[in-house]
Design a protein around this ligand. Structure first.
Ligand code: SAM
Ligand code: SF4
Length: 341
């Protein structure tokens, strides 16, 4: 390259609190083949299909975000792998990995479709995925997911590892459900060379049960684990909000995602896009920006680019989650499956 050519700095989007927004999570569908009790009610009303962005529109929108500074893209849902032709979108997005514009393309999945898609995911440039799994007991798995089959998920995990995908297991910590099982899950995950993260339940969307009955502060879980394991805080980061410890006995990592007991907003680098093109600047707030109309209003990307800038300009400082016996109402009315976990 001639000396006089100066490459422009990579674009960045910076919010009013000085946080660079480099991470986009995209819920590609609000539908799912499971009905996890903390996430959905059994009779869910899903968005009409006509309101969804097409796969081509999702690709275009993601590309605009990448051009504006997004370096990490996570597909989620609902269950991302149940969206029709989703591999087409993932393969298309893979070109940004190949070109070096995107550092990571990943997804969060319930694992039910991995035997089918693991190889294709790897071929598209995906290298790490999160698999959500709250228990290793088949009956309990059925009761928490209502519709899921544990064996299928475990087969999916095998297939993903065989395809060369690194896996992190995400478990929602639920009082009286899996709290006693977490040590065994940890040994299992670390024994298979998988990281694990535990998550506090968040008050999102109406579900069929009382959330306060299930809420387990992770400070308590950590104290219990400390009786059995030696936990050492480590600075490891994956670009997400988890704080990690190393477990001396297993040699593996355990992450804690504690939106309820520890406000992790100060380092938030992410925004979330729904499958209808609504951008949420915070998981725990209702403020949102519509990107579908500006996307469809012209073939060029100026309008939608301006709408994104305007939205980032009002990203809030943080969320106000609270699980409270007096109100017992969700802090935000939409379900996690709308904005993705
Ligand atoms: N279906 C995929 C899955 O289960 O991995 C992706 C979407 S799911 C909404 C993403 C993550 O959100 C899962 O790990 C799930 O356990 C978590 N989740 C769902 N509802 C939650 C809630 N109310 N509080 C905390 N985590 C929740
Ligand atoms: Fe589906 Fe994931 Fe919600 Fe479970 S947590 S119902 S798998 S979207």
């Amino acid at each position: 390259m001639p000396d006089d050519i100066v490459l422009p700095d990579r674009a960045t989007m910076t919010d009013p609190f000085g946080r660079d927004i480099t991470y986009l999570r995209v819920s590609v569908t609000d539908r799912c083949d499971f009905r996890c009790t903390y996430c959905m009610s059994e009779q869910m009303t899903f968005l009409p299909k006509k309101d969804l962005l097409s796969l081509e529109e999702l690709d275009r929108l993601c590309t605009v975000f990448i051009e504006k500074g997004v370096r990490k893209l996570r597909l989620t849902g609902g269950e991302p792998l149940v969206r029709k032709n989703i591999m087409h979108l993932i393969a298309q997005l893979g070109r940004h990995i190949e070109a070096g514009a995107l550092e990571e393309l990943t997804l969060t999945t319930n694992g039910s479709q991995l035997t089918r898609f693991a190889k294709d995911l790897h071929a598209a440039g995906v290298r790490r995925i999160n698999v959500s799994l709250d228990t290793l007991d088949a009956d309990k798995f059925k009761s928490i997911t209502r519709w899921g089959d544990l064996k299928r998920v475990l087969d999916g995990i095998d297939a993903a590892q065989n395809a060369g995908l690194a896996i992190k297991i995400n478990a929602v910590a639920l009082k009286g459900f899996n709290e006693a099982e977490i040590p065994d899950m940890l040994r299992w995950a670390h024994g298979r060379d998988m990281d694990m993260t535990v998550i506090e339940t968040m008050p999102m969307g109406e579900i069929d049960e009382d959330r306060t009955d299930r809420y387990l502060p992770l400070s308590l879980l950590r104290a219990n684990l400390s009786r059995e394991f030696t936990l050492t805080d480590i600075p490891f980061k994956t670009g997400g909000p988890a704080r990690y410890v190393e477990i001396a006995e297993t040699g593996g990592r355990l992450g804690f995602i504690t939106p309820m007991t520890h406000n992790f907003c100060e380092s938030c680098n992410r925004v979330r896009l729904t499958c209808t093109g609504t951008l949420y600047m915070c998981l725990g707030q209702d403020d949102a920006a519509d990107l579908r109309d500006p996307l469809r209003a012209s073939e060029g990307n100026e309008l939608v680019g301006a709408a994104i800038d305007e939205a980032i300009g009002r990203k809030p400082k943080g969320h106000d989650f609270v699980i409270d016996r007096r109100t017992n109402r969700p802090a935000v009315s939409r379900h996690m499956s709308v904005t993705g976990g």
